[in-house]
Design a protein. Structure first.
Length: 284
């Protein structure tokens, strides 16, 4: 009897290990959910009065998730006229609501939550990462997993806190992509371009005194400089944000997920944090 139980346990463990090797990183429900087929039923987000209504559900049947065409299809949102526009949004909450309503955008359909910002809406420092991961997708907040915890510790080391009430000590955290790409694959240029005007409008509303980009993809996207992060990190630059009067200073830094994998590089991150601290002290 015990032998049989052990046998079953071993077989189950082997099966689980095989699934992990294949890339499955979470167990969610006993039945598979086809997130490409129409809007989710559990959280229909209301659209604010400043945001044009979301497009009605399409009458044509959605492609099956198992079809390769559905999985590899590039980002193809609804025609521009049907989509809410960043200019219609006048608060971070309105932007989040508008993004959440874009059920025809493939990444929105496969994600559980839209992950927009976390922190103070008037923070002096705005930190921008790459894309939500599993923990962010589950909670709807950016940087809440291991990398996020390290980011909070890094910020705390120079007196910053995303939960601070004082805007001078506060931080707002966001990403260049607002939905988790399936399986954490790298975002496509089309997906990043889709999110870019929304991120720009977010920066315009927050009016941070300084931007910090984490890692190569976020840095390259915002600076327009294709060099890798090891070349750009620690080098101050500035970017133009539509709607803001002057350019915004930007400091590229190593991504905390990279620092978790390569702790020896934390000394470079520390150097960049001190540079940020000095900049903020000179400003106050
Ligand atoms: N990594 C990112 O770049 N962003 C997150 O929100 C979480 C992890």
């Amino acid at each position: 009897m015990n032998d049989a139980k052990e046998h079953t346990r071993d077989a189950l463990l082997r099966w689980l290990r095989w699934q992990a090797d294949m890339g499955a990183d979470e167990a969610i429900a006993p039945m598979p959910a086809n997130r490409l087929r129409g809007p989710r039923q559990d959280a229909p987000a209301p659209v604010s009065r400043h945001v044009r209504a979301a497009p009605p559900p399409r009458s044509a049947p959605a492609p099956d998730i198992a079809s390769p065409a559905a999985v590899t299809r590039p980002a193809s949102p609804a025609p521009a006229a049907d989509r809410p526009s960043p200019r219609d949004c006048h608060s971070l909450e309105e932007i989040r609501t508008a993004l959440d309503s874009m059920r025809d955008f493939p990444l929105r359909r496969t994600a559980r939550h839209t992950v927009h910002t976390d922190g103070h809406p008037r923070a002096r420092v705005m930190v921008i990462g790459e894309a939500p991961g599993r923990d962010e997708d589950l909670t709807g907040k950016p940087f809440v997993g291991r990398a996020g915890r390290l980011l909070d510790l890094m910020l705390a080391a120079i007196g910053l806190d995303r939960h601070a009430e004082d805007p001078d000590r506060a931080v707002l955290v966001s990403n260049v992509l607002f939905w988790r790409p399936p399986g954490n694959r790298p975002p496509t240029q089309a997906e990043l371009s889709f999110c870019a005007p929304w991120l720009m409008r977010t920066i315009e509303l927050v009016k941070p005194r300084v931007l910090v980009t984490l890692g190569g993809p976020a840095t390259q996207r915002l600076t327009g400089n294709p060099s890798g992060i090891t070349r750009q990190r620690g080098k101050w630059t500035q970017i133009t944000v539509p709607g803001l009067n002057g350019p915004v200073p930007l400091l590229p830094m190593l991504h905390p997920a990279f620092l978790l994998r390569t702790p020896v590089q934390k000394r470079l991150a520390w150097r960049d944090l001190l540079s940020l601290k000095l900049f903020l002290e000179e400003q106050s």
